[in-house]
Design a protein around this ligand. Sequence first.
Ligand code: GLU
Ligand code: ZN
Length: 489
Amino acid sequence: MSVRVRYAPSPTGLQHIGGVRTALFNYFFAKSQGGKFILRVEDTDRERYSDESLQDLYDTFNWLGIEWDEGPDKGGEYGPYVQSERFDLYKKYAQQLVDEGKAYKCYCTAERLENLRAEQQKDKKSQQGYDRHCRELTAEQQAEYEAQGIKPVIRFKVPLEGKTVFNDVILGDVKRKNKDISPDPVLLKSDGFPTYHLANIIDDHFMKISHIMRAQEWLPSGALHVLLYEAFGWEPPAYCHLPMVMGKDGQKLSKRHGSTSLRDFIAKGYLPEALINYVSLVGWSYDDSREFFEKEDLEKLFVLEKLNKAPGVFDYKKLDWFNGQYIRKLSDEDLKSKIVPYLQDAGRVNNPPTSEQENMLDGLIPIVKERLKLLSDIVPMTSFLFGDLAEYPVEDLVPKKKDTSAALDILKLGRSLIEKMTELDDEQLEEEFKALSESSSYKLGDLLSPLRVAVTGSRVSPPLFASIRLLGLDKALERIDSAMVILDK
Ligand code: GLU
Ligand code: ZN
């Protein structure tokens, strides 16, 4: 059997990191099996549909560099790949079930259903959900409703007894008593729109989907879907419900934990290769040790058997670490082209950069490359190089367990060494500082820290000497002088 899998998002919101993981697993599974990866847009919920969400879907996968073999923009043998263009198909098959007595028309008004719901709320012990009122209507009763001009919905006749079992690749046998399945769900609404259940299984069937890999929140729908396949006389695909994605606190990943939309991750300056690598390890592993996987590796190595049953924890810190690792792998030229837009957005660099700024950029790449975690870190990390130094707290100039006069003393001593920068390289200069540390009572760190704050405005910065060279010695000395003036007050 050839592998055909699909990602079937509803364009009702921005692409979520959990959805992206579902898509990646489907994509890697297809690639590793020589199969096909299909995009299907499930846009039957017209109230929640938005063009922006649809655009976001295309933009984010374009950014990730993940392509489908068949989809709305690609075409394919089994299209259209947008559900709103397949309504005739859904109608036809809903009617078929009615004709075969496996589904029925329900004429209940919204008002009746609302009252029913209110009653059930009062008496929590009673049967909840639709009361199957129209399940056994006679032909005369139906004709009467029709004569009143009521447009029916079509409901599926869920068997009242027995149980439904299906096999899930990860979870094994999943059993559900039929009486616990929501009573007679709607397949086709009165306006002819299909519900998720109907459209989803018809499309999976006609698009010849072999495996359904989707978020675990869809597990409760599994039994109903299997019953629908049986009703149509179709073979259900293999199921594989993916482990949940949790925050570190064990709760389902949500905005409380941090960014969840891919758009936010992109804006912060994650690299697609880092995101793909890390996200693929949430709920999946290759073995106990290997962590680095390029997209091309996963296209070969991904196997379903290595998916975990237990939820995966999304660790933002670990993702940041991966991102840093991938930033180090970029060429200087590549990194430059990626950070320039952040500096331009922050108003630090012109568009296009002036030649002076180009030189500055070329110089700063090597000194920031080892330290960046996110591309957007470039803005705070290099603000001291562009324009005037922002104000910093005076106490930052004073090393721990030292006082103002010591800080002043250190700046004086340090300044006299920094002045020699034109004749010494960074290593020699460091030797000078080490010698000073030995001959004075100051540790090397205590000597460098006030200078760092004076020059960069921050206790953490790229390497100090390289930063000073980039800034220009005169400017650096001026800043050291102003710091001394402040301390002297
Ligand atoms: N449209 C559903 C979603 O938004 C698809 C669920 C499925 O894969 O069956 O997740
Ligand atoms: Zn009814």
